[in-house]
Design a protein around this ligand. Structure first.
Ligand SMILES: *Cc1c(COP(=O)(O)O)cnc(C)c1O
Length: 235
């Protein structure tokens, strides 16, 4: 990587932080604290180290072996999040590395994480992934499914449920995602009221649409390419 690219990473993070503040001021529903999660999947260690120089501490990976390798090589101060589809046979490996899992998409997966967290004496933080746009190509609970399973999810004593997460389909016009972000917020409010439990977290918004997600109440945005540049063609 060229020297220039390193400066770009720092500049990009500072620009995004400013855009976050502006979006927060614009949106009447925007949250006081919006966490910027740097999606470092496929990026080299050096890029992550540069982002740390801009004060970035939270990073996200979507593949278990890559997360393990990076966590072992990079400073222990990093707060690693997992944002990929998690296979059950990888739970025991990822739990000690990533304290927060954004992509819990079935009750059965949550139950297995709860059991293994008990065996490993861990208390993972989780977001429940909702396929709010009912996109056949995406993982996640349906809105009815999460309501049906919510009592059983709340009973999992090792899991700290922070909120809901969604990945709308990519569209050229990010305004198309606004209705899905709003629907996720409304679902969270409705579950919180029905089950008398706080459910404030909303993990939503990526490089192309995070400002809209913030206006609609995102508490965590997951940004990769706007920090690190375009990725090689995603899998
Ligand atoms: C890759 C990825 C992101 C980041 O995408 P960018 O468009 O590069 O910002 C966010 N969330 C999830 C779940 C991802 O897999």
């Amino acid at each position: 990587m060229k020297i220039m690219d390193y400066f770009m990473i720092i500049t990009n993070i500072l620009k995004i932080r400013k855009k976050i503040l502006i979006a927060q001021n614009r949106g009447s529903r925007s949250h006081k604290n919006v966490e910027l999660l740097a999606v470092s999947k496929t990026r080299p260690f050096t890029s992550i180290q540069k982002a740390m120089e801009a004060g970035q501490i939270s990073f996200a990976e979507n593949r278990v072996p890559e997360a393990i390798e990076k966590a072992a090589a990079l400073p222990a101060a990093i707060d690693w999040h997992f944002i990929g589809h998690l296979q059950k046979n990888k739970i025991r490996k990822i739990l000690p590395v990533c304290g927060t899992l954004h992509s819990i998409d079935t009750l059965e997966l949550a139950q297995q994480i709860n059991r293994i967290a008990g065996e490993e004496d861990l208390f993972p933080k989780i977001y429940l992934e909702v396929n709010i746009a009912e996109d056949d190509a995406k993982f996640g609970f349906s809105a009815e499914g999460i309501r049906r399973d919510f009592d059983a999810l709340l009973a999992l004593d090792r899991l700290k449920i922070l909120g809901l997460m969604t990945i709308p389909k990519f569209t050229a016009n990010p305004e198309d995602s606004r209705k899905h972000f709003a629907a996720l917020r409304e679902l969270g409010q409705s579950l919180s009221a029905q089950f008398s439990t706080p459910l404030d977290g909303l993990s939503m918004g990526m490089s192309n649409d995070y400002e809209i997600a913030i206006e609609e109440g995102a508490t965590v945005i997951r940004v990769g390419s706007e920090i690190f540049g375009p990725r090689e063609q995603a899998k």
